[in-house]
Design a protein around this ligand. Structure first.
Ligand code: PEP
Length: 253
């Protein structure tokens, strides 16, 4: 990874942890983090934990992210959360288009087309998730799927702002399955995603961070994170344990 791109490692807690658990997790994580390592660290926590997480990280280098947001700044959208509400809490960024939201909650590429620029405009760092299913990989459709998802979601983002997006390559078959992508598979898909950004702007392609997600743990992290185009990891299950998550952060080159 060139020095111009600082690694980004984020834990996605999904629908785990209460406020009390957040308050004990964060100091345990901060105590175990490698000192002085150039790496951006994020915790993507449930909405109900955001305020507690922001308070607990204090002035440590850990940033707090939400796991979704609505594209509108406010409105009659019962049960939704808007960017200004996240900002008010001191939230740094937001995960958008996670495959669980696409699969279980009807998240569409069309909505993401509005959500990604809305997050940037609000000053939130978007982490856009893309990835193919097992069937799509077996049918040789991986690149077609990635091209579609990346182009759609970034359609309304100006070229100058493309590098403000973190893109997470998360093959669906690797999420929560223990079946991690090989380092070669991760490198190949991430280089392809970088080239897609390069079709819009070479300068953005050199700067945009593209990270891998899918069954990363403290044992396999090192091999994946040292691939040339892999700029970090989005970690689900293994991030629930602060010690294991700190070990993954320490595995960044
Ligand atoms: C995720 O939820 O984004 C994820 C990658 O999960 P896991 O690490 O558990 O596969």
């Amino acid at each position: 990874m060139p020095e111009s791109r600082v690694p980004f490692v984020a834990g996605n807690w999904k629908m785990y942890k209460t406020i009390a658990e957040t308050e004990s997790y964060v100091p345990a994580l901060v105590a175990k983090l490698p000192v002085g390592k150039p790496v951006d660290i994020g915790l993507c926590v449930p909405f109900t934990d955001l305020a507690a997480a922001v308070a607990a990280v204090g002035d440590s280098e850990v940033r707090v992210l939400a796991q979704n947001m609505h594209q509108a700044p406010e409105g009659a959208f019962t049960g939704e959360i808007a960017a200004p509400m996240l900002l008010e809490l001191g939230v740094h960024g937001v995960v958008l288009g996670h495959s669980e939201r696409r699969r279980d909650f009807g998240e569409t590429d069309r909505a993401l087309q509005d959500k990604v620029p809305a997050a940037i405009a609000a000053g939130l760092e978007p982490v856009l998730c893309v990835g193919e299913s097992e069937d799509e990989r077996e049918a040789g459709e991986t690149q077609r799927k990635l091209r579609h998802q990346v182009q759609e979601a970034l359609l309304q983002v100006d070229d100058e702002q493309l590098a403000d997006v973190v893109i997470a390559y998360e093959p669906i078959w690797a999420i929560g399955t223990g079946q991690v992508a090989t380092p070669d598979q991760a490198q190949e898909a991430i280089a392809f995603i970088r080239a897609l950004v390069g079709d819009r702007s070479e300068e953005a392609a050199a700067r945009v961070r593209v990270i891998y997600g899918g069954s990363v743990n403290s044992e396999n992290a090192g091999e994946i994170l040292t691939q040339q185009d892999v700029d970090g990891a989005l970690v689900g299950g293994a991030s629930l344990d602060p010690v294991a998550f700190a070990e993954i952060v320490a595995a960044t080159p």
